[in-house]
Design a protein. Structure first.
Length: 367
């Protein structure tokens, strides 16, 4: 393709030959230049139209598709010193009583905290796995379903958080959807439980097991909440960097996870790594632009994997030292069809995808 300058020069020469009137020349030149610029931009790996990012890039056999709103630009953020919030289990239990499902025959409910599970403020769950379901470890992207059961579930979780004296959370919640819809991706839509079974890749026996545990056949809602520090979300993803021996080694994400049954009663309630700020300071270290970080996520992908990034935002991660660090969180969906052709052990065709990149160093943090 000719460059824009050479195209202009050709048009000027053509005009001087006297075949075209000057008024038409100017119009023609303008249209030609605009067309050339458009073609050049379409050939680029990434392009921005309005407030949206499009395009794709192949890196060592890994494909990254761009389809997300332009994130807010950030130059610097404060650094915060935090401390883990220890919750009184007796108080939590008394508050939970009016929110949770009433015990049924053969149920064995438990309420634990960080004494049993590291980085867990509290977790209420059924020990025998009778109510095993999606959502126990969700990492993104944002999902919302506007249905009456989900709205009621959202209200109940909001009220619980207020009773627990937790106010610094994002609302509407990061995830407000049904159990079946939680595993929906841009590559595979879910409109029924049959779709759910197909997308999960379950065999008939596995599906029967889900029904036995009442996971299917019931209208269950999943709520995932993110906590905020000065309006910036704490990252719900765990981090595990390539280079070890840092404050971001194997860090647990911060989130609240709630699953409610068909009667709008909680069958799982968990808060992980909820912290409070004890001190803050200005930090003049430069935040890397998201454009310099996005393709780093290829390090967290498998060869032949195709990922569509649908969400990019700056989050904070609480390091092992209690200090916060900024990360760019890239979320979306993974197309696993090419991987399935080479690995018969992969039964699903698509999945959610989330990967963080250190906003100071540009290092991939895997999850």
């Amino acid at each position: 393709m000719n460059s824009v300058p050479s195209l202009i020069a050709s048009l000027v020469t053509f005009a001087e030959s006297g075949f075209i009137k000057m008024k038409k020349i100017v119009t023609f030149m303008f249209l030609a230049v605009m067309m050339a610029l458009f073609v050049e931009s379409c050939g680029a790996e990434m392009r921005i139209q309005g407030a949206h990012v499009y395009g794709e890039n192949e890196i060592d056999g890994r494909w990254i598709l761009y389809d997300f709103d332009v994130p807010k630009e950030v130059e610097t953020v404060k650094q915060y010193k935090t401390e883990f919030v220890k919750m009184n289990l007796s108080l939590v239990k008394s508050i939970l009583e009016k929110y949770v499902q009433k015990p049924r025959s053969m149920d064995a409910w438990d309420l634990i905290n960080s004494n049993q599970w590291n980085d867990t403020n509290f977790c209420y769950f059924e020990q025998n796995g009778r109510y095993t379901c999606e959502g126990s470890y969700y990492r993104g992207p944002r999902k919302n379903a506007d249905t009456e059961p989900v709205r009621l579930a959202s209200e109940k979780v909001y009220n619980l958080l207020e009773e627990l004296n937790i106010s610094d959370f994002e609302y509407p919640f990061y995830v407000e959807t049904s159990q079946c819809k939680l595993i929906e991706t841009v590559f595979e839509k879910i409109e029924s439980e049959d779709d759910y079974i197909r997308v999960k890749g379950d065999t008939d026996s596995m599906a029967a097991e889900y029904y036995d545990k009442e996971v299917l056949g019931k209208e269950r809602s999943i709520i995932v909440t993110r906590f905020l520090i000065d309006g910036i979300p704490l990252c719900i993803s765990d981090t595990s960097p390539h280079k070890r021996n840092s404050d971001l080694d194997d860090v647990t994400g911060s989130e609240g996870i709630f699953v409610l049954n068909e009667n709008n009663e909680m069958i799982r309630a968990q808060i992980r790594n909820y912290v409070r700020v004890v001190k803050s300071k200005e930090d003049d270290r430069r935040i890397l632009p998201w454009q310099e970080c996005i393709d780093v996520i290829a390090q967290g992908m498998l060869k032949d994997e195709k990922v569509m990034v649908t969400e990019v935002e700056l989050n904070l991660v609480v390091g092992t030292n209690g200090m916060t660090y900024p990360v760019w969180k890239f979320s979306g969906y993974s197309d696993l069809n090419e991987l399935r052709k080479k690995d018969t052990g992969i039964v699903i065709r698509s999945s959610d995808f989330s990967c963080c990149v250190d906003a100071y160093s540009g290092q991939c943090l895997y999850y």
